[in-house]
Write a protein that binds this ligand. Structure first.
Ligand SMILES: *Cc1c(COP(=O)(O)O)cnc(C)c1O
Length: 305
């Protein structure tokens, strides 16, 4: 049986990478099955009553962390789970692995058909990647955990960095900190992010869908080169290995390599106190690592960037 509670607040540790000190918020430690980020975004659905709901419907890619985490949520809540994809490769269908295999084991029904436009009242719709207003609930709890710690440590100004998919987490973090600082606190906290899916203008469109007031948006940083989501890049693999060797922490292979490369490229323009948000996602590493090892067999522990 799956564990139903989240281990909160998640710990904050100190790590040193390339001679710089970082605080690391370990949202990867929240739950063994939920990807840390999705545990925050789906927290609302885990802790509120939904007497009418019997089923959850969502859509997106057949390997996504959101899909897998929703299968865990559905199982914990005793809901059916229908998931719609535009396309699934014959290979994946015949050889289920990674998030897809685990979601199937949790009872997910996958449909490679358009999703129904009208859903019955016993059905909860979750948008792709969990981009919806209910996510604010869990992300605000995350912001308060960090704010309490910041106050305890006496850090007047804290910069926070996290890589984005839909940008939902970065947006609601910045929004909550804005509200906190106007309320009472002398502390200031600034959120930086980088787009991993699409480019900066895609990310800003995502922000706009959730929050029209641009003053609430995080600051977007990027690299000169364009990277495509889910593709393999030697420098991604190298920094992931380097991070593990220097810090002992395993990061995710989809978002964190772009995150850390962007952060290190802009390190100098940020303040002294910098916190990186580890958003979990390690369940997805299995299939990514298999691909990386096949594509870059010679990248190993002697790697120097
Ligand atoms: C889903 C996910 C993200 C992206 O979160 P958004 O709120 O969509 O920006 C980042 N990292 C991990 C590990 C994730 O699972």
């Amino acid at each position: 049986m799956q564990k139903t509670s989240l281990a909160l607040p998640s710990p904050i540790e100190e790590i040193v990478f390339d001679y710089s000190l970082f605080y690391l918020k370990r949202d990867d430690a929240i739950h063994p099955d939920f990807s840390g980020n999705k545990a925050r975004k789906f927290h609302y659905f885990l802790t509120h009553d939904f007497p009418e709901i019997r089923r959850v419907v969502s859509y997106g890619s057949p390997q996504s962390n959101a899909m897998y985490s929703l299968s865990v949520l559905a199982r914990i809540r005793g809901w059916m789970f229908d998931y719609y994809v535009d396309h699934i490769s014959g290979y994946l269908r015949d050889h289920p692995h990674g998030n897809y295999a685990r979601a199937l084991a949790n009872g997910m029904q996958l449909h490679a058909t358009p999703r129904p436009e009208i859903l019955p009242p016993d059905t909860l719709l979750i948008h792709e990647g969990g981009r919806q207003s209910e996510a604010e609930y869990g992300v605000a709890i995350l912001a308060h955990e960090i704010a309490d710690w910041q106050q305890e440590q006496g850090i007047d100004h804290l910069d926070i960095f996290l890589p984005s998919g839909t940008g939902t987490t970065a947006l609601y973090l910045q929004k909550t900190f804005k509200k906190l600082s106007t309320l009472h606190s002398p502390l200031s906290t600034k959120i930086y992010t980088t787009p991993c899916v699409g480019d900066g203008s895609y990310l800003r469109k995502q922000f706009a869908m959730l929050e029209p007031d641009e003053k609430m948006w995080p600051t977007t940083l990027d690299l000169p080169r364009k990277y495509h989501f889910g593709k393999l890049y030697r420098e991604f693999y190298e920094i992931w290995i380097e991070l593990q060797q220097q810090t002992g922490v395993i990061f995710d292979l989809l978002y964190d390599p772009k995150g850390w490369l962007t952060l290190m490229a802009h390190r100098d323009q940020m303040g002294q106190h910098l916190l990186y948000l580890h958003q979990g996602g390690l369940q997805g590493n299995e299939s990514m690592l298999r691909r990386y090892k096949r594509s870059f067999p010679h990248v190993n522990k002697d790697t120097k960037r």
